[in-house]
Design a protein around this ligand. Structure first.
Ligand SMILES: Cc1ncc(C[n+]2csc(CCOP(=O)(O)OP(=O)(O)O)c2C)c(N)n1
Ligand SMILES: [Mg+2]
Length: 324
């Protein structure tokens, strides 16, 4: 069972995982600027690492996650191999989906990261389907589904929440409220700015949390995961965070207020946890530096793995198809 005591080892793991997500995506920022080194839009979770790390840490390995277009952090937190993930993002045959998914259609079934959907608002109904299967098969597992504040305004999300609550499905809805949906800010597309208020409409527990505090996210996740696993039905977490870059690396975010960005930079989840753990003597500054260096080396080896892998053969497009 997950330890909700936030012991030192667990806190170090949270930190290490967030560093991995940050360094992995910082590398993607570099690669996205090189012509054809990575293919397609790079939609990153820089600044939102605490949500992925905190929620997934509260799950069991057999629990399922369903993610959306901003998925790298969720997948790395769940245990995806950085080398195969990087190769996939590069569109290479050595990738987790043999180079046929790219960054936007990733899945890693071996670690129960069974689907991502780039259709905004599609991941909650998919998560409800996975949770229905878990309930139907009487499995003790739950499904955590990640979606954005933009998705929260989609009809499909309301239907998913209604059905999950009605059928008491073991699904944890995790809304990453990063204040933006593309170039549109939350208050311009939703009459309710606190997404968590919607939980009451479906008679399920819902709580908001500082999405830039990995330990707070973890603590709330342990509680909500416990609720979902107990058979009482779904729960909603609203992780309040901020999108620190444009929607993707193609978007320079000229419409974003630089003062607000600077305020959120001060709240960087990676630095906050580092400072807290260093302050409590749980990690020394030197150990933090070596975690950073080891992670950079790991990410470089992932890029080398991707570079060395070939692109898939055209015939491979016809493999792995499911025809009913
Ligand atoms: C149904 C649908 N409408 C529009 C889009 C284009 N689109 C892709 S991501 C995005 C913004 C989503 O915002 P949010 O759900 O808050 O997630 P975030 O990008 O902030 O993580 C939009 C409008 C899409 N992919 N699917
Ligand atoms: Mg958003």
């Amino acid at each position: 069972m997950p330890d909700d005591g936030l012991n030192p080892e667990l806190r170090r793991e949270l930190y290490t995982k967030m560093v991995l997500i940050r360094k992995f995506e910082e590398k993607l920022i570099d690669l996205a600027r090189e012509q054809a080194r990575v293919i397609g839009m790079q939609i990153l979770s820089v600044g939102q690492e605490a949500v992925a790390a905190g929620v997934v840490k509260a799950l069991e390995p057999d629990d399922v996650i369903v993610s959306n277009h901003r998925s790298h952090g969720h997948l790395l937190a769940k245990g995806a191999d950085p080398k195969q993930l990087m190769a996939e993002i590069m569109g290479k045959a050595g990738g987790v989906n043999k180079g046929k998914a790219g960054t936007l259609h990733l899945c890693v079934p071996e670690i129960n990261a069974i689907m991502t959907s780039t259709v905004v608002g599609a991941s909650p109904p998919l998560g409800v389907g996975a949770a229905f299967a878990q309930q139907y098969r009487r499995l003790p597992h739950i499904t955590a589904v990640f979606f954005g504040d933009g998705a929260a305004a989609e009809g499909s999300v309301h239907e998913a929440m209604n059905l999950a609550a009605l059928w008491k499905l073991p699904v944890l809805f995790v809304c990453e409220n990063n204040a933006w949906a593309g170039a549109q800010c939350l208050k311009d597309h939703s009459c309710v700015e606190q997404i968590v208020k919607r939980a009451a409409g479906y008679d399920m527990p819902g709580e908001a949390v500082d999405g830039n505090d990995a330990e707070a996210v973890y603590r709330l996740s342990v509680k909500m995961v416990g609720h979902c696993r107990s058979g009482k039905g779904p729960a909603l977490i609203e992780a309040v965070t901020y999108r620190m870059r444009g929607h993707g690396e193609h978007d320079h975010g000229h419409y974003m207020d630089k003062t607000v960005l600077a305020q959120w930079t001060e709240r960087c989840p990676v630095r906050r946890l580092r400072e807290r753990l260093a302050g409590e003597g749980i990690l020394t500054a030197a150990r933090c530096d070596s975690i950073d260096a080891e992670t950079v080396a790991l990410v470089e080896s992932a890029v080398a793995f991707g570079d060395a892998s070939p692109f898939p053969e055209p015939e491979a497009a016809l493999e792995d198809l499911w025809i009913q």
